[in-house]
Design a protein around this ligand. Sequence first.
Ligand code: HAM
Length: 421
Amino acid sequence: MSIKALKGFKDIVPGEVETWQFIEKTARDIFHCFDLAEIKVPILEKTELFTRSIGETTDIVEKEMYTFIDRNGSSLTMRPEGTASVLRAYIENGLLAKKTVQKLYTIGPMFRHERPQKGRLRQFHQMSVEVLGSDHPRVDAELMAMAWLILKALGLSASLEINSLGCPQCRPAFNAALLDFLHKAENLCDDCRRRRETNPLRVLDCKSSHCQEQYQHAPSILDFLCPGCTSHFSEVKEGLDLLAIPYRVNSFMVRGLDYYTRTTFELVTNDLGAQSAIGAGGRYDGLVKQLGGADVPGIGFAMGMERLALLLEQQGKGVAATGMDLFVVALGAAAQKKGFALTHALRQTGHTVSMDYQDRSLKNQMKQAGKAAARFAVILGDDELSRGEAVLRNMESSEQSPLAIAADMDTWAGELAAILS
Ligand code: HAM
């Protein structure tokens, strides 16, 4: 029996990968417009990095991490998200000393042992941004604008929902009011009953519809914000208004990770069924310090690439593979040698060229050229070769014309490259 990929782990094959390349290139171009620098961080980290940052009582840490003991007896985890790793790298590499405000992005796979469904995988990919060193509300608005611009450049749209989760100064009063409400709520699920004692905010994130119905009447965090958080949130909204980015305040949005303070946001769509968030993020002002670094504020977001690719495919905006410039059709030993050298010379001019090595008939090689969506074919036979001539076929119009073979290969390739360009 052949070996299959793991459940929730997906290959991205030719025909799909072009859409992924388009997403990644579009995002990279926009990251560049915002003066972001790329950072690459390892996929495997010490488990403690995630338990300390994401939070012991979150779904991710309690139920979803790929954690194992390695051969040295250390507990390691396949990263379930990028923020913790980027912050660890920021601290470890002394990036604060290099720039007071570091604007970083990273693109890569993440791992969560969730129940796979449309738009939800166990290995999925995020493009994520972290800005470290500024607590200015304009930065919050700017990051939401960045995510919005990426969607716009991809030809997609989503609704932006925003909230403020307050800070360590105002959160305790809200937690107390929430706890009071939760003690009065009836028939909460086991997780919520357990979590209300350890981490009341987390219960608002529960997936059970019965719990969610009751939480519609829970106290709103926005009624508990301290003056600092209130004015920060107002300025974030003002920033979005200045940039004409539409948004909706959703005071029940708590996000599934514990590190957030103040601004949180999600980009949601109705087009993906249950997995409606195509991007999300927020501020995490105490996190760098909590991970052993300086007291540096931070904010970031991540977009799920599978969900973006799904939306593009669904809306007929997927990207097809580009065809090649030229297919060399060679018949006879001498022609095959000449054709082989021609492919090498033309590739050096930056063109996509291929040929067949199976000694197939003219008809079959032409079929191959068609399948490869080649724009042109050069047909070379031993007889023509001896006369210093080949045939150039425009595959789209089927027009054929004689093509003189220059004595020197580089000259010939140069002449052909000019036709192809
Ligand atoms: P998150 O909300 O857990 O946030 O994930 C961000 C995005 O990743 C989601 O909106 C979704 O598009 C995608 N995503 C998450 N889980 C899956 C999955 N199982 N399958 C497919 N896509 C998924 C974070 O990860 C934070 N680190 C974001 C952040 C960065 N906050 C501050 N900086």
